[in-house]
Design a protein around this ligand. Structure first.
Ligand code: DAH
Length: 358
């Protein structure tokens, strides 16, 4: 038996083993119960006693060498496997972090949320109506007579199609028709606000053909003008985040309220600045009044039992005032730089207790 050749053969097999499984197969072939070296050791018993020590020593030496070679190869394979895994799972921590895209909340959305938060605290819920209205909801039921200037083509967008009764359809010119829809759909008392888009044919620094209003409606038994004044005074003070804002109510006219008023807030005007909440000038901020008996009758409510107040306010307009935005047209241009500047951080939800604007 040529031990040198056997050793060389097994060592070559060890070197060629490229996985733990292949290496284990080589080990079993050499040192397992029926392995070639094991068989050699077993064969010692059949030899003449004087030959046993020399051959026994040589076999044992071969066995130890092969065991050592297998252990070394196993170590190599484990290291290689670890290296491969580390390379696979490598993270380049020197890469710059990806800049998180930062969206902005549009001032109209922000201010709408602020208004909703304040009125929600006073027990109002949010109501909605369609942008395409019929003549009855937008005008007729609100006691707006046919010859009223608001109905003129130069103010109102009329659609070519008509409703089932053959009446003209319009893009709603105000959010007031939501009053009608709310009162027709439910039972009093009512306490709602209705923010939304409205449309008029107008375009300059403070007018765009589409803009936003919020309507308010409160109907209950024995409601009076004092409720209206208290509610709206509380509102503007919360909205402009100043408890000392001077307010006044001026008599006015709207077909759907009687009496009607416009609410002004105190301000200071200089050449190129407008400060809200102090000073000796006045700024109109909304229209309001006690709901007209004819409006209540149009929706089937008895004006002797139910009364209430309503108001309408321009959302874009109060956004411009509160946040010092000079031109309404920029609201709807979709310029990302403008939005970056005037927009609000997402997730900073306005609440009356946590702060309306931060
Ligand atoms: N609808 C009116 C407008 O668009 C605003 C308004 C005024 C609404 C008085 C009201 C109100 O509910 O009571 O100009």
């Amino acid at each position: 038996m040529d031990l040198g050749a056997l050793r060389a053969e097994i060592e070559a097999a060890i070197a060629a083993a490229d996985s733990p499984e292949a290496l284990e197969a080589v080990r079993v072939g050499a040192l397992g119960r029926k392995g070639r070296i094991t068989e050699l050791v077993k064969s010692l018993g059949a030899l003449p006693p004087e030959e046993r020590p020399r051959l026994g020593q040589a076999y044992n030496e071969l066995k130890r060498e092969i065991e050592a070679a297998i252990a070394a190869r196993r170590g190599e394979l484990e290291r290689a496997a670890l290296e491969a895994r580390l390379a696979r799972e490598r993270t380049d921590v020197t890469l710059p972090a990806r800049e998180r895209p930062q969206g902005r909340i549009h001032p109209v959305s922000q201010v709408t949320e602020e208004i909703v938060a304040i009125f929600a605290d006073m027990g109002f819920t949010v109501a909605e109506g369609p942008d395409v209205e019929d003549d009855w909801h937008n005008f007729e039921a609100l006691n707006i007579p046919p010859e009223h200037p608001a109905r003129q083509m130069q103010d109102t967008f009329y659609l070519e199609s008509r409703d089932a009764q053959g009446q003209p359809l319009v893009l709603r010119t105000h959010t007031s028709p939501v009053q009608i829809r709310t009162m027709r759909a439910g039972k009093p008392p009512f306490r709602i606000i209705a923010p939304g888009r409205v449309y008029r044919r107008d375009y300059d620094m403070t007018h765009t053909p589409m803009f936003h209003q919020v309507e308010g409606l409160l109907i209950d038994r024995r409601t009076h003008m004092g409720h209206l004044k208290g509610c709206l005074t509380d509102f503007v003070r919360a909205f402009f985040e100043r408890d000392d804002i001077p307010v006044r109510f001026r008599p006015s006219y709207f077909p759907f309220t009687e009496p009607s008023a416009e609410m002004d807030i105190g301000c200071r005007r200089s050449k190129d600045e407008l400060v809200v909440g102090e000073g000796s000038d006045w700024l109109e901020i909304l229209g309001c009044g006690m709901v007209h008996p004819k409006v209540l009758e149009a929706v089937g409510l008895d004006p002797e039992v139910w009364q209430g107040f309503a108001f309408g306010m321009g959302i874009d307009r109060v956004a411009m005032l509160k946040y010092g935005i000079p031109d309404l047209r920029t609201f709807f241009e979709g310029d990302l730089r403008w939005l970056e500047h005037y927009g609000f951080l997402p997730l900073e939800v306005p609440t009356t207790y946590g702060g309306l604007s931060r």
